[in-house]
Design a protein around this ligand. Structure first.
Ligand SMILES: C[S@@+](CC[C@H](N)C(=O)[O-])C[C@H]1O[C@@H](n2cnc3c(N)ncnc32)[C@H](O)[C@@H]1O
Length: 291
């Protein structure tokens, strides 16, 4: 087992990428390599987690259930930005295994949650992981759905979504402007967007990050600059775009959790904390309104 994604290998699938909407490295990481099975993550989620609400002494040993809770809490942080979500229609862009969609339905009273992911394997895993909620006899039947599609080409009609959220997926998006346009299109007037992930703090930081973190060189992530992401949302017609740094609840604990892992194969996953502390990168929560 490894503690982080394996190094980029040579092989693309022999018959080409599984989807034209994703770069090859993203196809592999969420296809055959199934990133959610790497022990840096837990519980089927794939995010660095938001650890601020962790119970007990700050310096105690962190457990796997703390790790799962941190990943759920990142979803709770995002979903908590929506005012009165009860009964509304929500869309999770880059839903992975769809566990955040189930949490949204369970804890936030949403009427319908649609999980969107560009990778067909992730959609298959989401349907499997949430099979009990999807069965015709379940109370949630018809209220949860998983759809294959790309952030930059959302296969949904105009004005059908009240709450659009995305958790740790936008660092993969090559076409952020396309995503912003699609978000503005599918949101109803008055709808809200909440997006969280890690971005470069400045343009010069974006140039430095690839030397520190292999995912920026192997084709997995893009060092988007946070102010440019906010500007892209505004340019697409979203309003009141707000940017909040939430890195103080992410990096230190994630690094401590990783430091506890006996099988850490190499040290680069620990460099996210360095990147944060030296001002190169941060974790952000962006919110905006539509219409
Ligand atoms: C780091 S995982 C996060 C999954 C989930 N949100 C979570 O927190 O557990 C990123 C997900 O985004 C998906 N993804 C990457 N690029 C995408 C795109 N352009 N459109 C839609 N989904 C994308 C990947 O397939 C993957 O499932």
């Amino acid at each position: 087992m490894t503690q982080q994604p394996p190094p980029a290998g040579p092989a693309d699938p022999p018959d080409g990428p599984a989807t034209p909407d994703l770069p090859d490295r993203v196809v592999r990481i969420y296809g055959e390599l199934d990133l959610s099975t790497v022990p840096a993550f837990a519980g089927g989620f794939i995010n660095f987690g938001y650890w601020s609400g962790l119970p007990g002494p700050a310096d105690r040993l962190l457990t796997e259930s703390d790790r799962v809770r941190s990943e759920e809490d990142l979803y709770r942080l995002v979903l908590g930005t929506f005012d009165r979500p009860q009964g509304r229609t929500a869309l999770d862009v880059g839903c992975g295994r769809g566990l955040g969609c189930a949490l949204a339905l369970r804890e936030f009273g949403l009427g319908t949650v649609i999980g969107l992911d560009a990778h067909p394997d992730q959609i298959a895993r989401a349907r499997k992981a949430n099979a009990a909620l999807l069965t015709a006899s379940a109370q949630t039947s018809g209220r949860l759905e998983f759809v294959q599609g790309a952030a930059q080409r959302i296969p949904l009609p105009d004005d059908g979504v009240d709450c659009l959220f995305s958790v740790e997926a936008a660092q993969h998006f090559r076409d952020l402007a396309g995503f912003a346009r699609e978000a503005a299109r599918v949101l109803r007037p008055g709808g809200r967007l909440a997006l969280t992930t890690f971005f470069a703090r400045t343009r010069s930081a974006a140039r430095e990050l690839p030397a520190l973190l292999p995912p920026y060189t192997d084709g997995l992530d893009v060092p988007h600059v946070v102010d440019e992401v906010a500007g892209t949302l505004t340019a697409a017609g979203l309003r009141e775009v707000r940017v909040r740094s939430v890195g103080d609840g992410v990096w230190e604990y994630y690094d401590r959790y990783m430091a506890q892992q006996p099988e850490l194969r190499d040290d680069w996953p620990r460099r996210y904390l360095t990147a944060y502390e030296t001002g190169l990168l941060d974790y952000y929560l962006l919110t905006a309104g539509a219409g």
